[in-house]
Write a protein that binds this ligand. Structure first.
Ligand SMILES: [Zn+2]
Length: 142
C-alpha cells in the first residue's frame, strides 16, 4: 500500500497529459469527465474523490474572453476577405464557439484539477479553522 507521498509518484500523468486526455491525476485512468465538461464524482479505478476539488468558474471567465477575441478577429477577417452572406457567419461561428468553448473548458478544468491534486489544494473545511495557524506539522505538544 502506497503512502500518501508528498511528491509526484510514478504512474501519475503530467499536467498537460491529464488535461488533454481527461486523466485521473492520481492513477492516470481515463474517465475524469462524466459529461461534456462535468467531472465524474470520483475515479472508477483508484477512487479519488473529484468532488473535493473546486475549480470554480475561473476557467470559464478566461475562456469567454479569449475565445470571444479570437472569434471576433476571425469573423472580421472572413467578412473582409470573402464578403460572405450573413448565414455563412452563423454557420461558421456558432459551431466554432461551441466546440472551442467545450474543448477549452475540458482542458482548463482538467488542468486545474490536476494542478490542485499535485499541490494538495482542496476546499477549506471547519477542521482547518479549528487548527491554530502557528502549529505546523511535527509539533506535537500535549
Ligand atoms: Zn484514479
Amino acid at each position: 500500500m502506497m503512502a500518501d507521498g508528498s511528491s509526484v509518484e510514478k504512474g501519475q500523468p503530467g499536467l498537460a497529459e491529464a488535461a488533454l486526455f481527461g486523466l485521473c491525476p492520481r492513477c492516470g485512468a481515463k474517465g475524469l469527465f462524466a459529461g461534456a465538461a462535468r467531472f465524474a464524482p470520483s475515479c472508477k479505478v483508484c477512487g479519488l474523490d473529484y468532488g473535493q476539488y473546486n475549480v470554480g468558474d475561473g476557467p470559464a471567465a478566461f475562456l469567454t474572453m479569449i475565445i470571444g477575441a479570437i472569434t471576433v478577429a476571425l469573423a472580421l477577417w472572413v467578412e473582409f476577405t470573402f464578403d460572405p452572406p450573413v448565414w455563412v457567419h452563423a454557420l461558421l461561428w456558432i459551431p466554432f464557439v461551441a466546440i472551442t468553448t467545450l474543448a477549452g473548458l475540458r482542458l482548463s478544468k482538467a488542468a486545474l484539477l490536476a494542478a490542485e491534486y499535485q499541490r494538495k489544494a482542496r476546499q477549506a473545511t471547519g477542521e482547518d479553522l479549528r487548527k491554530p495557524p502557528s502549529a505546523g506539522p511535527g509539533q506535537s505538544g500535549d
